[in-house]
Design a protein around this ligand. Structure first.
Ligand code: TXA
Ligand code: MG
Length: 373
């Protein structure tokens, strides 16, 4: 364990990048910004460096990592015979750099600790300028999972990484707030038909438009445990994930445009709360994570909702009907509510359109209980 973790701000400035490169060449793992979420990066070609990622975030040893490149030449350099499978050429042309990870044949150049012994390797070309300059300056690809402690919500600010990993890594590069807010979409084009293994920042709607992707499947949108036990497709999906300290109850909609949803939501959380209190669990502070109609995001209000001395903290993730805003605010909202030490979080479900598919995938996994109203 290291003593101190320093955070340095980088807007692609040379000195910050050089410091980061120094640690990476020394086979250390550091926090870096990407456009999706912060990553915990280390030299993907060095097993010793990669082992530090698993140690710092306490990641299960059988959950493989995404390898990040900064050019197509670097991509080719890690593939068998330097060959990019044809199926990926149109998606690469249209969506790289960006929030898309593709599954490729692994080669002996990639340590088995990255692939966890799978015959494939997941690769992404991030769009964030700091991530790109950093990989370029290193001259080697970076393995990087999300920079949270295993099981916690993914970090979308440098301060989130610090909260989870302080004292465990030497450096965090602060590149500001992540623009996308949820992780990349994991696409397996090697199977027929091609499949999304993890919904993410690049939408199903955008991907299925691409040449060769018309039969695109989405695997385990709802990630029912029984299915996962039968045949895990992407190892990460079998673990409990994205969970804040507080218990999360997801209140989903039966109908998307229901004018009485607000009333039903209020009724539902009060019923749930009463049931929990009746079971003898003490609750003094609750959090709400909602969408809003009015464009206001991340507005806090503290209101007293009952005469039972219960405090309620309410946070808006983004506007209803704007899943990109909700994606950007969701993990941040879960973490901010944890910071306010709430006992329970009631979060609103949104439509699975566009980025909503990734949002609902994460919320379902974070929730201990899901109800529909
Ligand atoms: O946006 C992102 O993808 C972020 C940023 C840092 O780039 N990274 C990220 O990494 O989300 P991580 O480790 O949190 O998620 C990687 C996912 C896991 O679900 C893992 O099981 C899956 O990708 N994965 C990795 N290699 C795989 C492979 N060969 N086959 C199938 N799934 C794989
Ligand atoms: Mg992760």
């Amino acid at each position: 364990e290291q003593n101190a973790t320093s955070i340095i701000t980088s807007k692609e400035d040379k000195e910050a990048i050089e410091k980061a490169v120094g640690w990476l060449k020394n086979n250390e793992a550091i926090g870096i910004p990407t456009e999706t979420v912060y990553g915990l990066a280390a030299n993907a070609l060095n097993a010793d460096a990669v082992s530090k990622i698993f140690a710092a975030k306490n990641r299960p040893q059988d959950n493989p990592l995404i390898v990040h490149v900064s050019s197509i030449d670097m991509l080719k350099s890690i593939l068998p015979d330097n060959h990019v499978p044809e199926v990926y050429l149109p998606v690469i042309r249209q969506h790289w750099p960006g929030p898309l990870t593709i599954i490729l044949p692994a080669s002996p150049k990639i340590p088995t600790s990255v692939t966890c012994g799978h015959p494939t390797v997941a690769v992404r070309f991030p769009a964030h300028p700091v991530a790109r300059s950093l990989i370029e300056a290193c001259g080697f690809p970076l393995a990087a999972p999300s920079a949270n402690s295993s099981g916690k919500p993914s970090p979308t600010l440098a301060s989130h990484v610090f909260h989870d990993l302080q004292g465990r890594i030497p450096l965090i590069l602060d590149g500001g707030a992540c623009d996308v807010g949820v992780e990349s979409t994991v696409l397996d084009g090697l199977r027929n038909p091609p499949a999304i293994l993890r919904p993410g920042g690049l939408t199903y709607e955008a991907l299925k438009e691409i040449e060769g992707m018309d039969g695109l499947q989405v695997y385990r949108k709802h990630f029912v445990d029984k299915e996962l036990e039968a045949a895990p497709t992407t190892p990460g999906m079998k673990y409990r994930h994205y969970s804040p300290e507080a218990m999360v109850i997801l209140i989903d909609r039966k109908e998307q445009e229901d004018p009485s949803f607000d009333r039903k939501f209020d009724q539902a959380w009060k019923e749930q709360l009463e049931a929990i209190q009746a079971s003898g669990v003490g609750v003094s502070k609750i959090g709400m994570l909602r969408t809003t109609q009015d464009g206001a995001t991340a507005v806090w209000e503290t209101i007293s909702v009952t005469d039972r001395n219960l405090e309620c903290v309410s946070l808006q993730m983004g506007r209803h009907g704007h899943p990109d805003e909700v994606a950007r605010g969701m993990f941040k909202g879960l973490r901010e509510l944890d910071g306010r030490a709430v006992d329970l979080i009631f979060v609103e479900g949104i439509s699975e359109d566009r980025e909503g598919m990734a949002v609902m995938n994460r919320l379902r996994k974070a929730a201990s209980k899901i109800i529909e109203v």
